[in-house]
Design a protein around this ligand. Structure first.
Ligand SMILES: *[C@@H]1O[C@H](CO)[C@@H](O)[C@H](O)[C@H]1NC(C)=O
Ligand SMILES: *[C@@H]1O[C@H](CO)[C@@H](O)[C@H](O)[C@H]1NC(C)=O
Length: 423
């Protein structure tokens, strides 16, 4: 309740004529429908998004307000590069193209807006009040609204909009906060399923001292999902289904791998296609003017994560053999994944930014597997439902350490890297 009252002060200061308590507590049934009016221009056939699969979308009404274009990720599909571009070029985008950028830092819309509205971070399942960061949500929304007052095109990007726990209620909360004046549309990116999962695995594991194997991660990440209302259990289909439900007829879908094949950046697609909706010569000019920033979030070699995983097994086995005669503690389990934390003060072995681990990863035997066949039917469904252009080639093989092929020399190399004793 403390955060709630705080939000009230802030709202008062902003002269919003509703009390914060009532504001956050508004149940979604009251709020639903607000701001969900569709954007114009989706029916002109110039976009890759087609109407979703049956059941057919409700009749799309025209919308005359400013357009709010939301990029929802998901993570590991070029989101950081896009967000950095939008933040760094915000002034240029305003002056050159009349596009307002509705957030001030790369991950601001994620941490200050999308995450607090996720189901686990709201006080009640069917209400909007966040447990924490209510002021940040209010501020972020006010920032978007201030841009919507000045510009007819405003963009926001957060991969957390594609989280499984950013539920339908979360969307209703977001829409009602931003208000009924804006015309919403969303941009979602597809990535080759095997490559995407390997990338999510690497991202969640590189700062972890006790990472899972890729197989075990994939089973947890994709294998344990229940089917959604449309009967889909594939994570990327579930994201798409939810968006089609929340934004019928207003989903722009694009393939990360296709963009790579045609040497186009996500930034160019997001600005020139999805936001400005340009075609022909103006589109070419726009595309040329949007610089293609390099990926900032380079994932480590997949095998490097396996090195950390094997080092832990090695340490644990050695400690068991020594049977507690030394003062050594069990392998410390730490997860350094936090906003902005990329240092490793305790000296715990992790794959991130560790040249010795990367070097060893290159020396150990690897097995490389192409998993595209496993996801073929989901992939076909995704492209059939969106009408997005499909890449011609499949994914590169995913390579991990092949333990069964490790010789005594390999184990010795590994042993050289394993810390002697955690005290
Ligand atoms: C973006 O728009 C241009 C111009 O209409 C089109 O040629 C291109 O295929 C579009 N890109 C994607 C990925 O849909
Ligand atoms: C190893 O530990 C177990 C249980 O703590 C104990 O029963 C056993 O005697 C120990 N063996 C040696 C060699 O220290």
């Amino acid at each position: 309740m403390a955060s709630c009252r705080h939000a009230g002060l802030l709202l008062g200061a902003l002269a919003v004529a509703i009390s914060a308590a009532g504001f956050w507590k508004a149940s979604v049934s009251e709020a639903s429908g607000l701001g969900s009016s569709p954007s114009e221009g989706m029916a002109d056939g110039s976009f890759s998004a087609l109407p979703p699969a049956p059941p057919p979308a409700p009749v799309v009404q025209s919308c005359h307000g400013p357009r709010l274009i939301l990029h929802v990720g998901p993570g590991k599909t070029g989101t950081s590069a896009l967000q950095d571009f939008l933040v760094q070029k915000a002034t240029w985008l305003e002056e050159e193209w009349g596009i307002g950028v509705g957030f001030r830092q790369s991950k601001a819309a994620a941490y200050d807006l999308a995450i607090p509205l996720c189901e686990e971070n709201r006080v009640e399942k069917d209400k909007c009040e966040p447990k924490q960061d209510a002021e940040k949500v209010t501020e972020s929304v006010q920032y978007i609204k201030s841009k919507l007052q000045k510009r007819s095109l405003v963009v926001v990007s957060s991969e957390e909009f594609a989280r499984p726990t950013f539920t339908s209620t979360s969307w209703q909360c977001f829409k009602s906060l931003v208000g009924s004046g804006a015309c919403f549309s969303v941009v979602v990116v597809h990535r080759n399923a095997a490559a995407w999962m390997a990338s999510v695995w690497a991202e969640t594991s590189k700062l972890h001292s006790a990472p899972r194997s890729f197989e075990s991660f994939t089973a947890l990440f994709a294998g344990q999902r229940g089917a959604d209302l449309q009967g889909d259990s594939d994570p990327q289909l579930q994201i798409l289904n939810k968006l089609n439900e929340e934004f019928p007829g207003r989903v722009d879908a694009v393939s990360y791998d296709y963009l790579e094949e045609v040497d186009s950046s996500l930034s160019a697609f997001f600005i020139c296609n999805a936001t400005l909706r340009l075609t022909g010569e103006p589109w070419h000019r726009c595309k040329e003017s949007v610089p293609s920033l390099k990926t900032v979030n380079k994932s480590p070699l997949h095998a490097a994560i396996d090195v950390v995983r094997l080092a832990r097994i090695y340490y644990t086995a050695r400690r068991a053999v020594l049977n507690g005669t030394g003062p050594c503690q069990p392998w410390p389990v730490v997860d350094l994944r936090k906003r902005g934390i990329h240092s490793n003060p305790s000296g715990v072995l992790i794959a991130y930014n560790n040249p010795a681990v990367a070097e060893l990863a290159k020396q150990l035997p690897q097995k490389c597997e192409t998993l595209d066949g496993l996801f073929e039917s989901e992939t076909q469904t995704w492209f059939a439902r969106t009408g997005a252009q499909r890449p011609r080639s499949g994914s590169k093989p995913v390579c991990t350490v092949d333990i069964t092929a490790m010789t005594p020399e390999h184990w010795q190399l590994l042993g050289g890297l394993v810390p002697k004793c955690y005290q």
